[in-house]
Design a protein around this ligand. Structure first.
Ligand SMILES: C[S@@+](CC[C@H](N)C(=O)[O-])C[C@H]1O[C@@H](n2cnc3c(N)ncnc32)[C@H](O)[C@@H]1O
Length: 285
């Protein structure tokens, strides 16, 4: 295996940067500006080392033609995307979900006789978000009185999905978790907190690339979609594609939550922006 120190680390030329940037963009929607050349160079140099490749051109050919190109692309995503997340991220939005949106949907559905609540945590990273949603619903007394809940957790990266499925976390992931939830829904050993089976049982995992209609078409009819903190990696074209796929996956009247600092302004007119307790949620009309 090659060991590449800082001085003899391979350089990423502008031409090869463009080739790699295009591969990443076409396959994931993630947009890298030219100013990020150095970032890509430093983050990917370890991948070259692991694959025993000498230059970024070799790496580009590996990603394009090698029989292991799919596995390598997953590893690449893992080093270029921040998978940062935590349990109970953005409490204000979660309150809007559990105290505003869920009761509205239940009331609406009760009238139509359907008692199934379907939630999708798209781009769920290591699973803290879907498990948080499951705990909130359980704390609200669901499933009960004939109601069933189903939560789909998806991400483009198989690596984070495997971690989500395993359900073991360190203390840092629980930094925003109220004590009562920690005690009730986690079992803990010396070095890890594990989500209890009673919570895990509601969550189903699936690899889904949000810009691929073929992927998103396999998941439809949701009452609520959480798609938070992924649009920050996309340009407007990727955002528009992903948002129209999410729209198609929502049931009529369903709600979409995007990240606290993200907005669909100028991206789509498909949704009706609804303000609940001063938080913005998007509703499929
Ligand atoms: C910062 S995490 C967000 C996790 C969680 N939603 C939250 O807000 O805490 C961003 C996630 O988006 C995923 N991602 C990036 N591009 C994607 C795509 N095209 N389709 C699906 N997921 C994608 C990454 O793998 C990563 O796990």
């Amino acid at each position: 295996m090659l060991s590449l120190g800082l001085s003899n680390r391979p350089k990423l030329s502008p031409e090869t940067f463009r080739l790699l940037r295009d591969v990443i963009y076409v396959r994931s929607g993630i947009a890298f500006a030219e100013a990020k050349t150095y970032l890509l160079e430093t983050r990917l140099s370890r991948r070259l080392e692991i694959r025993g490749l000498k230059t970024f051109e070799d790496y580009y050919y590996f990603l394009t033609y090698d029989p292991e190109r799919e596995q390598e692309f997953t590893q690449l995503l893992n080093v270029i995307v921040t998978n940062e997340t935590s349990f109970f991220r953005d409490q204000t939005q979660l309150d809007v979900f559990s105290k505003g949106v869920v009761p509205r949907i239940m009331e609406e559905k009760s009238r139509s006789g359907s008692k199934n609540l379907r939630i999708w945590s798209a781009a769920c990273s290591t699973g803290e978000e879907p498990y948080t949603l499951a705990m909130l619903l359980m704390e609200a007394g669901l499933p009960a009185k004939g109601w069933t809940i189903e939560i789909v957790a998806s991400d483009i990266s198989e690596i984070v999905l495997r971690a989500a499925e395993a359900g073991h976390y360190d203390k840092y992931s629980l930094r925003n978790t109220p004590d009562v939830y920690q005690k009730k829904y986690f079992s803990n050993s010396a070095d890890a907190f594990s989500i209890k089976e009673s919570v895990r049982g509601f969550v189903r995992y699936k690899r889904i690339n949000l810009i691929e209609a073929n992927d998103t078409r396999s998941v439809i009819g949701f009452d609520v979609i959480f798609c938070r903190n992924v649009f920050i990696y996309f340009d407007d074209v990727s955002k528009k594609r992903a948002v129209s796929h999410l729209y198609d996956s929502l049931a009529r009247g369903g709600y979409l939550f995007v990240g606290f600092s993200e907005s669909l302004h100028n991206i789509t007119r498909l949704f009706k922006p609804v303000s609940i307790d001063r938080s913005l949620v998007y509703q499929k009309a």
